[in-house]
Write a protein that binds this ligand. Structure first.
Ligand code: ZN
Length: 174
């Protein structure tokens, strides 16, 4: 296993649209293991392949407090969404920045698991929010895209300040 480098906003590679995974094999499972190691170490609760510069439709997540409920979603597809959840989100690719984002509270998602078997599952709450956030990454979209222009300007200033060496430690994230 190896830790991977996480791309950070505004890296243009975060804007690439990921292509579907064609084969679920040992090489892909090795990447999945590395993504989990990277996510847990960060620490974060979700990580999309796009964030480690692999542009294939794959994400990992674990929203449990004990880090005992790992999810692997390959070629995820949201079949249904409803309800409303407003969550203070952060992102491993936008370190130290948190903002409220509104998403669906429930999603029904179809995906391949790490063995390549098709799964369909209803997800609620933080897991649903996390999976929506990570699927956005696969489409080249970041949570900051949901913010108002004023808030985005504040974020840009904050990032410039961080580049001058004032980076705050990161807490949680997707
Ligand atoms: Zn993210």
């Amino acid at each position: 296993m190896a830790k991977l480098t996480i791309l950070e906003f505004p890296d243009p590679r975060l804007r690439k649209k990921a292509v579907p995974v064609e084969t679920v094999d040992d090489a892909l499972r090795a990447l999945i293991d590395d993504m989990f190691e990277t996510m847990y170490d960060a620490p974060g609760i979700g990580l999309a392949a796009t964030q480690v510069d692999v542009h294939r439709r794959l994400l990992v997540a674990d929203v449990s407090a004990e880090k005992t409920e790992p999810y692997v979603l390959i070629n995820p597809e949201i079949l249904e969404k409803d309800g409303q959840a407003i969550t203070e989100e952060g992102c491993l690719s936008v370190p130290g920045y948190f903002e409220e984002v509104e998403r669906a509270e429930h999603i029904r998602v179809r995906y391949l698991d790490r063995e390549g078997n098709t799964q369909e599952e209803d997800m609620h709450g933080l897991l649903a929010v996390c999976v929506q956030h990570e699927i956005d990454h696969l489409d080249g979209k970041l949570f900051v895209d949901y913010l108002s222009e004023t808030k985005r300007q504040r974020l840009r200033k904050r990032i410039e300040k961080d580049r001058r060496g004032n980076r705050q430690p990161t807490a949680a994230v997707l």
